[in-house]
Design a protein around this ligand. Structure first.
Ligand code: 13P
Ligand code: SF4
Length: 318
């Protein structure tokens, strides 16, 4: 069977390989629409970790980026975890090298270390509790008000959590290149064209964008909000892959991707997320490569703050 299968055959081949290998396909909302449509579960970073920890499948195909595959492998070390393209990295995770983060943590003894899930396994191994954008506020709130906290690596999410919790967490100076690119001026201009539209923004966006947003939340929270709202038009400031599920759940509503500063593109896509394709998904299931491996010692440390996040999320009903 050739790898250059036509669209419909590729879909059939993926479905039969999945069955043959007892595999599950987990996809993040930032994947292409066709990959989302192939997945057994589509969700945000928290949901992907929750599913990866519970699945009975022998093989987990994580259609997302490398740190998501690592998190799945750490939670399910006995399973084979595959990511369609190992080059699917993350600029935010890259903005926090483990050796530098370790130095920073050592310079601040007595601080509780809270890390966003968008980090390498080595950074998670230096962490007390992991968070995602869905549970960051509630998990930070679960610590006494006077707890000294280091929060990394996203400065925008950290500043946002500081602003809504009244905390003064010490922030690592990292960011996501996709979310930092949204143009405040162009969003304001779009709002003038669509005056009824609500602005929805992911907390990885810069503070001025968050300031003009009608609602700030994780990808799952933005989807839930848009679905429940009686409003019919939304300007969406996060990776444009989420529009696929928004439109699917709300066919009569209009979703407009917020434009980035770069005027050559009307939407905003994560080049890492988009490295995964249907062909690579097919090949990865067929040949069971590329596989994710995590150093055993690192994984033993990293699993604790990830499990802590899952326990706290369950307690909080998230
Ligand atoms: P969530 O999946 O938590 O919304 O995070 C978005 C993101 O940037 C994933 O890379
Ligand atoms: Fe990383 Fe940003 Fe891409 Fe998410 S959108 S994977 S945070 S680079």
């Amino acid at each position: 069977m050739s790898e250059n299968l036509s669209g419909i055959h590729l879909k059939d081949a993926i479905v039969s390989l999945k069955k043959e290998k007892n595999a599950v396909i987990l996809a993040h909302y930032y994947q292409t629409g066709e990959i989302q449509d192939m997945a057994d579960y589509v969700g945000d970073s928290l949901a992907l970790a929750q599913w990866a920890s519970k699945t009975a499948a022998d093989v987990i195909v994580l259609c997302g980026v490398h740190f998501m595959g690592e998190t799945a492998k750490i939670l399910s070390p006995d399973k084979k975890v595959l990511v369609p393209d190992l080059n699917a990295g993350c600029s935010l995770a890259d903005s926090c090298p483990a050796e530098e983060f370790e130095k920073f943590v050592k310079e601040h003894p007595g601080y509780t270390v809270i890390s966003y899930v968008n980090t390498t396994a080595a950074v998670k191994a230096l962490t007390d509790v992991v968070v995602t954008s869905t549970n960051a506020k509630q998990i930070v709130d679960s610590f006494p008000k006077d707890t000294p906290i280091i929060f990394g690596p996203d400065r925008n999410l950290g500043n946002y959590i500081n602003s809504i919790t009244g905390r003064n967490m010490l922030l690592w100076d990292g960011a996501c290149h996709v979310h930092e690119q949204f143009s405040l001026e162009k969003i304001i201009a779009l709002k003038a064209t669509y005056p009824q539209a609500l602005i929805l923004a992911h907390p990885e966006c810069k503070a001025p964008v968050l300031k003009i947003a009608d609602y700030v939340g994780s990808t799952a929270a933005l989807l839930k909000y848009a679905t429940a709202s009686p409003v019919q038009e939304f300007i969406v400031a996060t990776e444009s892959g989420i529009l696929h599920e928004m439109q699917k759940k709300n066919p009569a509503k209009t979703f407009i991707p917020a434009p980035p500063n770069d005027s050559t593109c009307a939407c905003n896509e994560c080049n890492f997320m988009r490295l995964n394709t249907m062909e690579k998904l097919y090949n990865c299931l067929k040949y069971e490569i590329p596989e994710i491996f995590v150093d055993k010692k690192v994984a033993e440390k990293a699993v604790k703050p990830i499990r802590k996040m899952l326990e706290l999320s369950e307690k909080l009903g998230l």
